[in-house]
Design a protein around this ligand. Sequence first.
Ligand code: SF4
Length: 343
Amino acid sequence: MSSLYGKSEEELIEELELEKKYQARQIRSWLVKGARSFEEMSDLPLKDRKRLSESGKKVISSHIRDQQIDKSAHKLLIELEDGALIECVMLWDKTGRKTACISSQVGCAMGCAFCKTGTMGLVRNLADYEIIEQLVHLRTLDPAIGHIVFMGMGEPLNNLGALMRAVTCFHSPDMFNISYRKMTVSTCGYVPGIRSLRELDLGIRLAVSLVSAEDETRSRIMRINRTYPLGELKKALLAFQHAGEKRITLEYCMLSGVNTSSKSAKALANFMTGLSAVVNLIPWNKVEGLDFESPSAEEIRKFTNDLDHLHINYTLRMPKGRGISGACGQLATSTKRKTKAEK
Ligand code: SF4
């Protein structure tokens, strides 16, 4: 057992050899408060706190290694038990709404050409407790975080089991009590994962990193499109919506000279026919070592004009956290692991 986060009451009773059921409830309420040790759990009898502290069992497995803040984002670098590093970000908007942007993997296997995380390759999946602990760390910045987006490092639908256990914990009224509607899973278009999410039928929102609605371009910059081209992706999205899920967000990372032409806009309009979706335009952030450019103000203006003429529903989001590499496609860490001597 690496952490108490994500454990049910029954699992806590068994793993911590608790005598009373209510003690598991007490421990879970300390976890929501972000407890890091058994000593802090002051309503447990002293003898239990002592026994549990001496048992060598950990309350939490990760810690904050570094942090950066700018005017709309606070990014945390989290060190996991094995020395792997991940990032999570708290974002806020003018209305005061606070959102946790959470990672699901160390690195990512999808290799999207514009994404810094993609350059890392997949190191490993995160365990459920490692996903949950990111929210715990972010809540130390502000406990009022009310929304969660799985848009950090990794393809969340490629780690669906751990993701769903974490989602259950976030939603559970005696844990973080965040409604499913306030959680968004972002995928690059992993069709089997979209189908599984539809079958679970929880009401979680879906965002798709579309980037291009032209197969040729999309296959060139997003490898997933070679396996699940736009036609299949659209079928999966239509089925997702027919199952009663709400409007889908199509993330459209604008890459200069790649996906901002009038032809690209028409292809986007065509892809959206029949879908209830809103496009989230995100001008790409320049990432060192990646062969793309951010769109100019004129390019953005021209593309949004095209979208207006095509009656496409969109929002233009200037990337938050630009100054701290916390914006779309900018999360990446070195994958240093602890050597035996460091442990
Ligand atoms: S955009 Fe998402 S799916 Fe693609 S490489 Fe980056 S993290 Fe992975």
